[in-house]
Design a protein around this ligand. Structure first.
Ligand SMILES: Nc1nc2c(c(=O)[nH]1)N[C@H]1C(S)=C(S)[C@@H](COP(=O)(O)OP(=O)(O)OC[C@H]3O[C@@H](n4cnc5c(=O)[nH]c(N)nc54)[C@H](O)[C@@H]3O)O[C@H]1N2
Ligand SMILES: Nc1nc2c(c(=O)[nH]1)N[C@H]1C(S)=C(S)[C@@H](COP(=O)(O)OP(=O)(O)OC[C@H]3O[C@@H](n4cnc5c(=O)[nH]c(N)nc54)[C@H](O)[C@@H]3O)O[C@H]1N2
Ligand code: SF4
Ligand SMILES: [Mo]
Length: 729
């Protein structure tokens, strides 16, 4: 596999992207006539870039970006390129497996699909009889085939449906819902003149369209101010890199607000027309001066003031990035609200180079449906996690819930215990803190099912593993990919499923039939669903497949305030405006404006531990994929030379990372690229499944060390408030 593309098309990109982007090579047009090129959609991460899959003699020989997509410029990243390596990996599970050994041992027998379905269906029906349908929990990483698992869960009658979101962007999403009335917002990266990023590591933790957009901006002179306590590829690409003390970004943002208001650098007309609560905001930030913020962040007051002035001057094409992974600190929810306030003061909503609302199909008078099904049974039971419930987590959307609630429910029986769990494209053991407690909970379940392409860490504890075929081997329902204009995208099967693997549409239909819920899946196959989805657009699958994506011909990229800065923008908040002060938050007993809480300092002899993702792996999903494993087989513990010297740790030494009686072992990387009181690792190692033969036992996993900490406002996990000891081993 090539990762370093030598083509001139990428020569202008900054380091992180240059190494990873794959230009739409001319080779696509030059290969032998026997090749078939299939338009499809990448699933090596959930950005879902459009791709071209080159197939020769029934084998995938090459994956490239689809050059028709402007935002990616036809590029894909190293992970996208490695799809073939996933497809062909001998470690993939290629037949249903039923556990014969102890949970976690990874000892299974091969089973037919019918046996596997029968096994699951019989147990589910017993569980429903004894405890009610609510005893089933389903956790998933939302994907194009989401409707199949969701339909199964709703037909079964359980309210306990979780996504992975509370381990990722939930805090940000809730902040957006409260402030803007929607989380369907995006940034017009290529046209932004001044971007402030609070740790959104665009050049390493990639979304190809976003990274390309930023590169376009930088190459025409846009500025990027990047805050990260660690040097990352984005630090290198940025015009300014600032190294705040971990967890203090909020102080920086509050001081920016203070300067913009004190120096009258904000868009008064915008604030008046489109926001409410400005007076309360101004009062709240009055004392948060750059001098104050300097003592919190460790960044000089003059620098903070300058960034605020430059941001205010560049408006409306100045944007504070609202980030992606926001399961970070206890003050993160406030940080995201402060970032949205910065954007409101910049008046950048719905203008080129600003922030915009997604222009989805719905706004265009239509939607992507799925298939006809009977009404779902009424759900009587409450959710185990309190999502959407007054007094518990009223702001958490029920489509997401709190994925960390599983062990709590199973082990304490509060409010009642889940007895069965289906993990779909989701590995709770690798993704959620307090792994030992999740393991304890798994051991108490009557039924654990993993639907995955591998035997994940969770899979090793499962009773049954149902092997889904990979994205290259299946057609999924048509997905929406709207931005400034509505857009749909189509993942079509490139090659037949290997071994005895099946797609989701088939797995849940057949499982439902075995469970007595077949009436909810009255379709023949995926083609029938796709045909029905496309009918309202006058499209056929064959037509859509030509380019792989489609925008209604009459739809144009739309900025609502481009020509008329007073144009109406419908926001679904109670006031219809951007809520800088939220009466809703006040009513629930949460901070309604903005206020600072400092992160606690590491206790004597400990370090704050932080993590991030690396360029060549996705979360914890790809570390075992042969070519990606080869590129980065393990992680190290980054530690600054001063504390390392004190502890007698040299670069490359074995170390033990310890907290509350738990430990992980790994190698030290002694580097000045991290602050003295902080240690860092890339996320995704410390894996335990015997089915992941390459990566098992390698590197450091923080989820084995961290406790579950939940933000009481947004329900989001808090993953950077744990302190560790480090010793030479
Ligand atoms: N300590 C720590 N924990 C974290 C994070 C962190 O930085 N540090 N990051 C958090 C973040 S941002 C996220 S989003 C979550 C991610 O955690 P998860 O939601 O678990 O997501 P992934 O690791 O991307 O993939 C999960 C599983 O999907 C499987 N998979 C891949 N493709 C397919 C497919 O086509 N079909 C099926 N059925 N399965 C497939 C993979 O084999 C893998 O086992 O983790 C969170 N947890
Ligand atoms: N290559 C690649 N791309 C990915 C993913 C992947 O795993 N690999 N995962 C995808 C997913 S699911 C997500 S959610 C996104 C996540 O993308 P990002 O939101 O960029 O998240 P992370 O990589 O988790 O963390 C980013 C940075 O935060 C820094 N950081 C730690 N503490 C602080 C702090 O106090 N302040 C500031 N300012 N920075 C801090 C870390 O050092 C790290 O460099 O990326 C997506 N894209
Ligand atoms: S960012 Fe990379 S891995 Fe993610 S969908 Fe795009 S090409 Fe695939
Ligand atoms: Mo994520």
């Amino acid at each position: 596999m090539q990762v370093a593309a030598a083509g001139t098309a990428v020569a202008a990109l900054p380091v992180g992207v240059r190494e990873l982007a794959h230009p739409p090579a001319a080779e696509a047009a030059q290969s032998p006539g026997t090749d078939k090129v299939v338009t499809s959609v990448c699933e090596m991460c959930t950005v879902r870039c459009p791709i071209l899959v080159r197939v020769r003699d029934g084998k995938v020989v090459r994956i490239q970006g689809n050059p028709r997509e402007k935002s990616t410029q036809g590029a894909i990243c190293a992970r996208g390129n490695a799809g073939v390596s996933l497809l062909e990996d001998p470690d993939r599970v290629r037949t249903p497996l039923i556990r014969v050994g102890k949970r976690g041992e990874g000892t299974f027998r091969k089973a037919t699909w019918e046996e596997a379905y029968r096994y699951i269906a019989d147990r589910l029906n017993v569980i429903r009889g004894s405890y009610g349908p609510e005893a089933l929990g389903v956790g998933r990483r939302p994907s194009a085939g989401d409707a199949f698992l969701l339909t199964f869960a709703k037909a079964f009658g359980t309210p306990n449906i979780f996504s992975h979101e509370s381990s990722c962007p939930l805090g940000r999403n809730v902040a957006m819902e409260v402030t803007l009335g929607t989380s369907g917002v995006a940034i017009d990266y290529p046209k932004v003149d001044y971007l402030v990023s609070f740790g959104r590591n665009h050049m390493e933790t990639l979304a190809v369209p976003q990274a390309q957009g930023i590169v376009v901006g930088l190459s025409r002179g846009a500025r990027l101010v990047y805050l990260d306590p660690r040097r990352s590829p984005t630090s290198t690409a940025a015009t300014t890199w600032l190294q705040p003390l971990p967890g203090t970004d909020l102080a920086f943002a509050l001081a920016m607000l203070q300067v913009m208001i004190a120096e009258n650098l904000y868009d008064q007309a915008f604030v008046k027309r489109y926001t409410m609560g400005f007076e309360q905001l101004a009062a709240a930030v009055l004392t948060y001066t750059p001098e104050w913020a300097a003592t919190e962040t460790g960044i000089p007051a003059g620098t903070i003031r300058q960034v605020a002035r430059d941001f205010g001057t560049a408006r409306p094409r100045s944007v504070a990035d609202f980030g992606w992974f926001t399961s970070t600190y206890l003050n993160d929810f406030q940080l995201r609200r402060a970032i949205l306030a910065l954007n409101a003061l910049a008046g950048n909503l719905e203008v080129p180079g600003g922030m915009f609302l997604l222009k989805g199909l719905k706004g265009f008078g239509t939607e992507l449906g799925d298939w006809k099904k009977p009404a779902f049974p009424a759900v009587k039971a409450e959710r185990v996690d309190g999502a959407g419930v007054a007094g518990r987590f009223p702001l958490v959307p029920v489509k997401d819930g709190l994925c960390q609630a599983l062990p709590e429910s199973v082990l304490t029986g509060r409010p009642y215990p889940l007895k069965a769990y289906i993990a779909h494209r989701f590995d709770p053991l690798a993704a959620i803190p307090d792994q030992p407690r999740t393991i304890e909970a798994f051991k108490k379940l009557d039924l654990l099912v993993s639907v995955d392409v591998y035997m994940s860490d969770t899979g090793a504890y499962a009773d049954v593993i149902l092997p889904e075929c990979t994205y290259l081997e299946r057609t999924d329902p048509v997905m929406e990919a709207s931005g400034l204009a509505p857009k749909i995208r189509y993942r079509q099967q490139a090659v037949p499923p290997q071994g005895n693997t099946r797609p989701s549409w088939q797995i849940y239909k057949e499982l439902a039939e075995a469970t007595g819920l077949g009436e909810y899946f009255a379709y023949r196959d995926i083609d029938e669903i796709v045909t029905a989805q496309l009918a309202p657009f006058g499209l056929t699958a064959a037509k859509l497949a030509e380019s792989g994506q489609w925008t209604p011909p009459t739809a144009k990229p739309t900025y609502l305030r481009k020509t008329d800065p007073t144009a109406p923008v419908k926001l679904k908040t109670a006031s219809g405006k951007i809520e800088l002060y939220s009466a809703e938050l006040a009513k629930m007993g949460f901070e309604p404006a903005l206020a600072y809480t400092a992160p606690p300092a590491p206790p004597e002899g400990t370090f704050r531990m932080i993590q991030g993702k690396c360029a060549v792996h996705t979360n914890s999903a790809t570390q075992n994929i042969p070519v990606l494993h080869e590129l980065r087989p393990s992680n190290e513990l980054w530690i600054h030379p001063v504390p390392a010297g004190r502890l007698g740790i040299k670069d490359g030494d074995s170390v033990i990372v310890r907290t509350a009686g738990r430990e992980q072992r790994g190698l030290a990387k002694v580097t000045r690229d991290i602050l003295e009181g902080t240690v860092f690792t890339y996320h995704g190692w410390g894996r335990t499944s015997p089915g992941l033969t390459r990566v098992k036992g390698k590197g450091i996993g923080f989820n084995a060390l961290m406790p579950v900490i939940t933000d009481p406002v947004s329900g989001s996990l808090v993953m950077r408030e744990t302190f560790v000891e480090v010793v030479k081993s």
